[in-house]
Design a protein around this ligand. Sequence first.
Ligand SMILES: C[S@@+](CC[C@H](N)C(=O)[O-])C[C@H]1O[C@@H](n2cnc3c(N)ncnc32)[C@H](O)[C@@H]1O
Length: 223
Amino acid sequence: MGAVSPTSAAISGKHAPKPAAWAHTEDYVPESPAGIAARAAATDLGLVPPSRGAAQTLTFLAKVLNAKAVVEIGTGAGVASLALLTGMAADGILTTIDAEVEYQNVARRVVATTGIRSQRLRTIAGPALTVLPKLSDGAYDLVLIAGEPLEAHEYLEQAIRLLRHGGVLVLHHAMLGGTVADPTNESDETLITREVIESIAEIEELTPVFWPVGDGLVAAVKS
Ligand SMILES: C[S@@+](CC[C@H](N)C(=O)[O-])C[C@H]1O[C@@H](n2cnc3c(N)ncnc32)[C@H](O)[C@@H]1O
């Protein structure tokens, strides 16, 4: 038998997570009716939203930060928008960007079914790399990166600029369906996601964590 590396030892043995255990964590907090509706709409549109556990992690982070100003790159059908708004301060504004205005209309309709005031959801339709440079430096408590994986380097640069000190960036789909941890996968999306995750770990002003929830969330707090 070969030597067991400290890494593999940490996730093996009697404490190794089983698929049923992962599913249990995802089901821990039930999703709201609006969250279920947004998830169904995302599936209909062929989008991949954050898992239930990942969405609840976003709610948790927004609550811990008492977030008043958040940027989301990639609105989709609004699963993460709803999760973020749920955790944010009661007067907090979520600025969410998507190239597809129809997706944002779906997200607006979902949020309208909740008690969340529509003015708290600021949707901007357009390419993220055109919109992001227009947003103010150091003005945001949290930035969620959930747009085009091939643009993730540019999103990271913008996220660091937008965050206040003590603000948190979150990269959605950080495991990219398992391809990020598969050294034989060298697709452009995988290589760029891997590079961005490495950068987040190496940038001195960021303190990172990689959470294996859903398809993976890498988060980092800015010093
Ligand atoms: C994975 S989905 C976002 C999921 C969403 N956050 C949710 O909670 O369901 C990715 C989204 O990014 C948008 N997108 C892709 N490329 C973009 C770009 N260059 N600029 C703006 N939005 C983009 C897509 O239209 C899509 O809605």
